[in-house]
Design a protein around this ligand. Structure first.
Ligand code: SIN
Length: 486
């Protein structure tokens, strides 16, 4: 089905210093992963355009950070309102370019907008401190100030929310912002820019770049000395390269990198609830989130039962184009993603795993992958060691609590983990022992604007959302006031 998209929100070039850049010699072709249809050609920006965006953000900084927090909050709130007013149109654009089901896409638009609303409120709560001083003639005061110009690179799996979750705290804190949107899904980012302009966010404060050759533009964003802070969501592999680039000018960084989430189900768990948790944490966005369950660890007594119940639920999933009614699993983002997921599956099967359900070709189109449950999986298999980013749930058997913790922590990354148990003592012991930044306890959907999202180990650094999220965009300044005694 060809879907008509709202032309006022459908843009075809980068947005820099309050201007749409217009034509270019090169283009990014944005197509619908469900059917390969071209949605829009977007002019690809150059390194000079990226430099102009950073210069503009730097020029806009003094006025923006001088505005009162209440004033910045009011503009952010207006942006939030416009996004929610356009939720359906933004959802349709997001589904068209990214592939996720329309209900999920509209959910992402609201999820993304919630960060703007949340940080509009937090803008007014950037409190400092006074500290008892060393003697009667001095005072110690701590104030918090915006870090300055922020640059960001965001991924294709959440084309809206991964931008707002960085831009909202940055703007709330008084920083200006330049984002390079993923070339697979730039249209949601550009639509956000259109609404930011309509909301009255001043020119130069929020800039969006779209480009074909990411590395040259990436270098401007990670190395220009005017940029004080860089924020990235994406793979650990790319994050390491960007961190090195940021080191040349010692930028503050926030890194939301890869995961390999364990989902531990103990014998005493409510299995109906555990299946619900796996369904949402594994199959959301066709398995393409960094907090998606990557390894299901099931205790031996309930392993077979859990596998059967999961198979029943997975067989009911409707796979198809995101705009079609009732669809729950859309296509993967591109051919490389599909090949990778297929390789992981084939390798696991060759090494002894059993396909309980799924694993077959889908007739909906080239990029569809049937939701799959794999049993007899062992921890050395690549499907259990690498981030799958696709709809395969590998089930691994364990015997004891200690073994579950050891297997779950046997990973270089530590973003999200999940555990299902009704034993309160075990819940505390295991949650505290898990080397992860976030733990879902009898809960498979943990992301929201009020909670700190982020990981440990090679999953990165910094937190997004919550009262902690704005701290990443603030500097602490200590004022030592002397000469107070007469
Ligand atoms: C991500 O995959 O990077 C974000 C997932 C989420 O916000 O839940």
């Amino acid at each position: 089905m060809t879907v008509s998209l709202d032309s006022t929100l459908l843009k075809d070039s980068s947005y820099v210093n309050g201007q749409w850049l217009g034509d270019s010699v090169d283009f990014v072709s944005v197509s619908n992963p469900a059917n390969g249809e071209l949605i829009q050609r977007v002019a690809s920006c150059s390194m000079d355009d990226a430099q102009a965006a950073v210069d503009a953000a730097n020029a806009a900084l003094p006025a923006w950070r001088s505005r009162s927090a209440k004033d910045r909050a009011a503009l952010l709130k207006r942006w939030f309102d416009l996004i929610m007013l356009n939720q359906n149109a933004l959802g349709a654009i997001l589904t068209a370019e990214q592939g996720k089901p329309l209900a999920e896409a509209k959910g992402e638009v609201a999820y993304g907008a919630n960060y703007i609303e949340w940080f509009a409120e937090e803008a007014k709560r950037v409190y400092g401190d006074t500290i008892p001083s060393t003697g009667p003639s001095s005072r110690i005061v701590v104030i918090k100030q915006p870090v300055g110009v922020v640059s960001a690179i965001t991924p294709w799996n959440f084309p809206n929310a991964m931008i707002t979750r960085k831009a909202a705290p940055a703007l709330a804190a008084g920083c200006t912002f330049v984002v390079k949107a993923a070339k697979e899904t730039p249209l949601s980012a550009l639509a956000l820019a259109e609404l930011a302009e309509q909301a009255g966010i001043p020119k130069g404060v929020f800039n969006v770049l779209v480009c074909k050759q990411s590395s040259a533009v990436g270098k401007v964003l990670t190395q220009d000395p005017q940029v004080a802070k860089f924020s990235f969501t994406g793979s650990t592999e790319v994050g390491k390269i960007l961190l090195q680039q940021c080191a040349t000018t010692v930028k503050k960084t926030s890194m939301e990198l890869g995961g390999n989430a364990p989902f531990i189900v103990f014998n005493d768990a409510d299995l109906d609830e555990a299946v619900k948790g796996i369904m949402i944490s594994k199959y959301r966005n066709a398995g393409q989130t960094c907090v998606c369950t990557n390894r299901v660890f099931a205790q031996s007594e309930i392993y077979d039962d859990l596998a059967q119940r999961l198979k029943i639920a997975v067989d009911l999933l409707k796979v198809g184009a995101g705009h079609d009614e009732g669809v729950e699993i859309g296509p993967l983002i591109n051919a490389d993603a599909k090949t990778f997921v297929q390789e992981l599956l084939d390798e696991a099967v060759a090494e002894g795993a059993t396909v309980l359900t799924g694993g077959n070709e889908q007739d909906q189109g080239d990029l569809f992958f049937q939701p799959t449950v794999l049993t007899n999986v062992s921890t050395h298999m690549r499907v259990a060691r690498e981030e799958i980013f696709g709809p395969i749930a590998p089930l691994i058997k364990f015997e004891t609590e200690e073994q579950a913790i050891q297997l779950a922590n046997d990973s270089t990354v530590g973003l999200a983990a999940y555990m299902y148990s009704r034993d309160i003592g075990r819940v505390w012991r295991v949650s505290e022992a898990l080397e992860y930044g976030m733990v879902g306890i009898n809960e498979g959907l943990i992301s929201n604007e009020m909670a700190p999202f982020g990981g440990v180990k090679e999953s990165g650094m910094g937190r997004e959302g919550s009262k902690y999220g704005i701290e990443d965009y603030l500097e602490i300044k200590y004022l030592c006031m002397g000469g107070i005694d007469k």
